[in-house]
Design a protein around this ligand. Structure first.
Ligand SMILES: *Cc1c(COP(=O)(O)O)cnc(C)c1O
Ligand SMILES: [Zn+2]
Length: 444
């Protein structure tokens, strides 16, 4: 948020209401040195005619310039943190479609639904929208090495963008806890991958020490520039809707960076006069990893307080298996400001919703399907009206987790704790003899 006293075009600002300390945009900060709060990018007031801006964004779609072809940098006036666009690292991220899914709409209790499918990104998830900005800032700062702790989409994306930029990528993984498809991407893109005998939180602490000592730039969730890039998911959605504001935007919540980014981007779009109201944000968590839902429930009942981490988060939707989400203060602010809500869903609900999205010819990874499962619950509870204009953000590509899909359709999928997932919409391959009569009879 730009304050009236701000002078620099772009700065880092402490998110903590009681602090709001400001730092140069070129400082390497992940937390506020004064209070430990989260850091965000803040900009001077944007003095541009909104109709002119909309025309500029639209015109860039026909340009062959790499920056204009990017579904993130096309909206660069709305995150002007770079002073030299030669530093921008792009794989033409974004440019993801809005898709209709009548079967999924019916399942979700809606007349219609729109999916914003971030799985169409270069490495198959919305992490690319953020990573293009994070790695660009690394280049601008003259960093040679970038690192993250992740077993999933963040490492796949960071590896690709680091390779593009000529940066060395370091990925730290908890030993023996590897998500195969996503790790394979990181290896293929040439990232140096270190498996540490420790858990996620311990490794994060270790990496922060190493980053300081070795001058490595951290591209984990608390990097404020990733949030800047992820704002563009909302800008592109609005552009594709001719700037009509949907009633609801529904997304899965893990570390809550995306929730923070969507809320910030939408507020800034409103401040710039591009839209005149905010859509309501609905964040969906998996039941076994739902600390933000628990916080929200306390908030709604007037109890308040901070987030209580879940020590052993569990869900087959590994992209949202997060017990201690870094960005919760930002996300809480955005859900409140938008008049939104937080819901949680079971493993069975996620699996069935995912199969319904598949039947639309769309498909996604398990975490993404939490959106439709959550919508089904929210329409049943009367929180979302059946006639509402709802955009559900599918965060990752179907091919990220084929093992899950095969197991679901063949009745072999088990939730953590050994609970069997019912293949409600299962679709098994049928073994047939090499015999036209028998096959014809089967298909009759
Ligand atoms: C990272 C990720 C999420 C969770 O997003 P947060 O910003 O951490 O809340 C959800 N789905 C997919 C596919 C992801 O890669
Ligand atoms: Zn502070």
């Amino acid at each position: 948020m730009a304050s009236a006293t701000q002078t620099a075009a772009a700065e880092l600002v402490c998110f903590n209401e009681g602090c709001r300390a400001r730092y140069a945009i070129t400082e390497v900060l992940y937390n506020c040195p004064q209070c430990g709060g989260l850091i965000e990018a803040g900009y001077a007031r944007l003095d541009a005619d909104p109709e002119m801006l909309k025309r500029t964004f639209r015109d860039r779609r026909t340009s062959n310039a790499p920056l204009d072809q990017s579904g993130v940098w096309r909206y660069r006036e709305l995150f002007p943190f770079l002073d030299d666009y030669r530093h921008a690292v792009t794989l033409r991220e974004g440019n993801t479609p809005l898709l209709n899914g009548p079967i999924a709409a019916k399942y979700g209790g809606l007349d219609r639904i729109t999916f914003k499918h971030q799985g169409f990104n270069p490495t198959g998830s919305f992490k690319d929208n953020g990573m293009t900005c994070g790695t660009s800032q690394a280049v601008r700062l003259g960093m040679k090495r970038v690192a993250c702790v992740s077993t999933g989409n963040t490492s796949a994306s960071m590896a690709a963008y680091a390779a593009t930029a000529g940066l060395e990528a370091l990925i730290f993984l908890p030993h023996g806890n590897i998500s195969f498809g996503k790790l394979a991407q990181a290896l293929e893109y040439g990232a140096k991958t270190l498996q540490v005998e420790a858990n996620f939180d311990q490794i994060l602490a270790l990496v922060r020490v190493l980053a300081e000592r070795l001058g490595i730039y951290l591209l984990n969730s608390m990097n404020p520039f990733r949030i800047e890039g992820q704002k563009a998911i909302m800008f592109e959605m609005l552009d594709q809707l001719d700037w009509r504001v949907p009633d609801w935007v529904v997304l899965p919540g893990g570390n809550l960076g995306n929730t923070s980014a969507f809320g910030k981007g939408l507020r800034e779009a409103k401040a710039a006069g591009l839209i005149d109201k905010l859509p309501r944000l609905a964040v969906i968590q998996a039941e076994g990893s739902a600390p933000f839902h628990e916080l929200w429930t306390r908030e709604v009942s007037g109890k308040g307080g901070g987030l209580c981490p879940v020590s052993k988060p569990e869900t087959l939707a590994t992209a949202i298996r997060i017990g201690d989400p870094v960005s919760w203060p930002k996300a809480l602010h955005e859900v409140r400001t938008s008049g939104g809500t937080v819901e949680k869903v079971t493993e069975q609900e996620i699996a069935d919703a995912k199969a319904q999205i598949g039947l639309c010819g769309i498909g996604c990874e398990p975490a993404s399907a939490a959106t439709l499962a959550g919508i089904r619950k929210l329409t049943a509870n009367g929180v979302i009206d059946r006639g509402a204009d709802v955009v559900a953000v599918l965060t990752g590509n179907l091919l990220k987790d084929p093992d899950y899909i095969y197991r679901y359709h063949t009745g072999q999928l088990e939730a953590p704790g050994g609970v069997k997932i019912q293949p409600t919409f299962g679709n098994k391959a049928i073994v047939v003899p090499n015999d036209p009569d028998k096959i014809a009879a089967l298909l009759a």
